[in-house]
Design a protein. Sequence first.
Length: 273
Amino acid sequence: MLNQLLIEIQDQTIKIPVISDMSCTLTEGWMVRLLETLLKQKDGVFLDVGVNLGQTLIKVKAIAPTITYVGFEPNPACVFYVKELIKINQFEDCTLIPVGLFTEDTILSLECIYDNPVDSASSLIKDFRPDRRVYHSIPVPVFSFQTVTKTVEIAPIGIIKIDVEGAELEVVQSLYQTLHDSRPIVLLEVLPVYSDQNMMRQARQTELEHLFQQLNYVFFRVTKTVEDGFVGLQKIDAIGIHADLTRCDYVVMPQESIGTLEAMIVTELGMVL
């Protein structure tokens, strides 16, 4: 019999399989409250870019069990685990695509900085953390969104979550036309630049911000309690240079959606404009 744990999310019991020391945990508690509001307001597919062990999947399915979920994950160990997570919970309407989302169709090295087969800090960007030892690299397939949709039909997207440890620029480039046409809300992690000496990260961050500006999207930083609870959303003009890992999460909204969503977010979440 498969070993399992139980997690409670919004009065829903989620079964967590334990396989060879792999198990999904409830991280980023602030996201539960935010998703509860956004999923009520924004219809469409939930696109999860960077599934890892299903940390976002369990939140989404606890809040909106019937929503269409599509996840991209290049790490084969994570894909194996999440398939079991979906199966044991009988999650409906889930599609797991075992590739990374990128700007080209090729094989890249997934660099793992921890001696862990499901390292959540692994990156497709070479030398993204030049001061850290790479314990091992996994050759993984990556495809553009355009290539994927030639085979996998993905209905209009309502919300996109992007957590890809430095590769968010390529993900947004790959999704550019979808962002332009469907106008989804984006939940985005951008790790710190730390200092102006980190020219590679700074250049990539600037280009990412420029892409969203072209698309007429607006950045809001997620503000949290010290216990990782949700406080609100703070509108920002630029991500800036900082070294605070608690300030790495953003909601990026189409300009035209802010007025529609503002009343609900202010009422339920205490949004700070």
